[in-house]
Design a protein around this ligand. Sequence first.
Ligand SMILES: Cc1ncc(COP(=O)(O)O)c(C=O)c1O
Length: 407
Amino acid sequence: MNNSKKLEKIVQMDKEYLYQNYGDRLPVCFTRGKGSELFDQDNNRYVDFFSGIAVNALGHGHPALTAALKEQVDTLIHTSNWFHNREQVEAAKLISETAFKGKTLFVNSGTEANEAAIKLARKRGLSISKKKYRVITFENSFHGRTFGSMSATAQKKIRTGFGPVVPGFTYLPYNDIKTLENEIVNNHENICAIMLELIQGEGGIIVASQTFVKKIKALAKKYDILVIIDEVQTGIARTGKMYAFQHYPIIPDILTLAKGLGSGVPVGVMHTKDTLVSVLPGGAHGTTFGGNHLACTAVSTTLKELCKQSVQNNISKSSQYIYDYLNRMKNTYDCIRETRGMGLHIGIELDRPGLPIVKKALSRGLVINCTAQNVLRIMPPLTIPMSIVKEGMKLFEDIIKEEGSSQ
Ligand SMILES: Cc1ncc(COP(=O)(O)O)c(C=O)c1O
């Protein structure tokens, strides 16, 4: 079979056997990866500036992760939460040490982590007063696709067509202190939690202001409201610190994680302050797969690797290079409206739709992404070497240059 026929066959099977809920997939099928490089069905090479939506924190085929997973596969993959689990407690200890002293509940995705957080917050609120179950979330937010997490998601397009969503969510404008204050002061008796992303990822890489977060902290404390920080996308060193909340003067009551947590192995986490553990006693919540031996080996290995100074230096050096490069580009190319982000969680707002640029980049060997229609996202593996950062940025500039002169 010749090369283009290989892809054609996969596309045909995709249409025949798969749900088409992802729309038109981009015309490539990756078959192997190495560090920050991907290779397609025809062995063409790509620079990975996407890491599978900020998932492959350690890149592809990281030697420590590969070795640990292989060993765990040979030893024990799954037993269930009926039993004690050494890999689970070790991973939870690392989360406590890197985030804050607390307790961890393992689940399988970001959506599930948020679902657990919402359940916990409502149960605690309702134990205080039968009215205290509303959760404040923010316009443009994205928290997941199940009924609870979808209902928490303010983006209307995510909720449309499914009938009534779960009641008890109020969407307020992001970074708007006055509106938040009014809402909380007037309605705190029925509010159990404020839930937010510190950088709205799917919303277009919108960064929370320090003053907004300070106000959330003060209001939450004053009115006995929990703060849920959804770090499904921002967590696990993506922003240059292990967790984005560490850039702010706040420690959440509930932290949710997924994506980069297992560096590609599906796993999610709800991590809470110790004092909240009694809210979900035995039988109140659970999952069959959550925190199995394989997933937790991925978590521990990922966290240990990302704690290394060399990786942290790499994130700050490579992100600085990209921001400097993008700032120069912004001054040169009119199609770039704004660049923003933290660490290797980077958004480039354009004056036009981003998808054609994503497609063109792919055809030139660069994997980038677009969110919120016109915000390109650069989120490479956190281990990306400087030589590949430079190569990717050069490819990116060449494409933007053509775009700039095409209107
Ligand atoms: C901030 C945030 N929360 C939750 C989710 C949902 O996570 P998952 O797709 O793992 O269910 C996402 C996914 O993009 C996310 O970005």
